[in-house]
Design a protein around this ligand. Sequence first.
Ligand code: HEM
Length: 161
Amino acid sequence: MTMLLSLLLLQAAPAAAANAMPGEEVVDPYTVDNRNAGATPFTGDGMAKAFHGQDGIRRIVDRMVDTNFADPAIGEIFANQDKVRLKRTIFEQFCYILNAGCAYTGRDMATAHKDMGVQKADMNRLVEILQRSMAAEGVGFQEQNRFLSKLAPMRRDVLQK
Ligand code: HEM
């Protein structure tokens, strides 16, 4: 009976919440799809190795997100946002694109940044913080730039129109 009940409850849970961590806020329903990540993954395991696998990616994302929240220039945009969800979804996105063995379950870039007012200077600042986070992990300069080129086309979805 208990088994049946938990099966029913599992089925009732929205797909978007499947990977949610404790402490995450609920977001409006959306369709989970790797295409929401905004870029196709690298092939092979070279990039995943350069980023020191999932552990390295986790360290980079945690450092980047913590720095974003504390930053005097862009911190304001992050204030009151869900840091737990952001760390999880950006980790998944980076891990998926780097072909390090993850699926991306977050929202697409246009939806996630809608009406946020992000300007070019904010974008440049975030990229600078990401570069410093990758350097702190010891990711090679060439691999850093290869990764940044995957993110570059997302600008048009992130920037305020
Ligand atoms: C290419 C650059 C960027 C990438 C790849 C990226 C990636 C992401 C991802 C994966 C999410 C989570 C989506 C979800 O919750 O389902 C997100 C949300 C968010 N991003 Fe970005 N982002 C970028 C640029 C920026 C910039 C420049 C800012 C501001 C300076 C920013 C601020 C935010 C904020 C505040 C959220 C939380 C939105 C919410 O929870 O409603 N992002 N971003």
